[in-house]
Design a protein around this ligand. Structure first.
Ligand code: G3P
Length: 205
């Protein structure tokens, strides 16, 4: 039936809620697309100097990744859906964050949303990936580098600890897209021009 497709479409719509933009608007801050990296994400909102707005963005962008996964997981048995649909719903939410229908398809890099998807889908893998992000972010102070390394470690952890499964297949495009979205950050990292976590941007407030 069309219900699984509807679930995927709904996940995409939820993912399309760009909370960096929404939270900034509600809190009366400048649009994060207008300063710093121009990225609508928690890291860039932090460059406004408003920690509360950044944390709220991080949490809401992560929650919107987790919600479709958990909803589909909960409906799996009563609806007779396969176990992989939850992972594809997570991927759809992630894609919504990258290309949001509500924001002219100009979205973010998907780090917080991917974290939400992972934590909901495979909590163990999610926590391990989160710890990887934290360790690299803490030691290097680069949010982007931490995200890239954490994303690359996901398939590695999956293979080494849990073993590849059909569910984990959806994680591969998510991790690849995440790294690809950091192309500009990678250039800046190599050029030594990447800004560190919490460095304020000019023109942010
Ligand atoms: O949350 C995305 C992060 O990895 C990089 O963000 O603003 O530094 O490009 P930004």
């Amino acid at each position: 039936t069309a219900l699984p497709l509807l679930a995927i479409a709904l996940a995409y719509l939820i993912g399309s809620l760009s909370f960096a933009v929404i939270v900034s608007r509600v809190m009366g801050l400048n649009d994060p697309r207008s300063y710093g990296s121009g990225n609508p994400g928690a890291t860039n909102v932090l460059r406004s100097g408003n920690k509360k707005a950044a944390i709220l963005t991080l949490l809401l962008d992560a929650i919107k990744g987790a919600v479709p996964v958990l909803l589909v997981r909960g409906l799996e048995t009563p609806m007779g859906w396969g176990p992989d649909l939850a992972a594809w719903a997570g991927l759809a939410a992630f894609i919504g964050h990258l290309w949001p229908v509500f924001f002219k398809f100009k979205g973010g890099k998907g780090v917080a949303t991917a974290a939400g998807v992972l934590l909901a889908l495979e909590p163990g893998l999610g926590v391990l990936t989160l710890l990887t992000w934290l360790a690299i972010a803490y030691t290097t102070r680069y949010s982007s580098l931490a995200a890239i390394m954490a994303a690359l470690s996901v398939p590695l952890y999956q293979m080494l600890i849990w073993g590849a499964s059909a569910t984990s297949l959806a994680l591969v495009p998510m991790c690849l897209l995440l790294v690809w979205r950091h192309e500009g950050n990678i250039r800046k990292l190599f050029a030594g021009e990447e800004s560190k976590i919490g460095q304020k941007a000019s023109g942010a407030a």
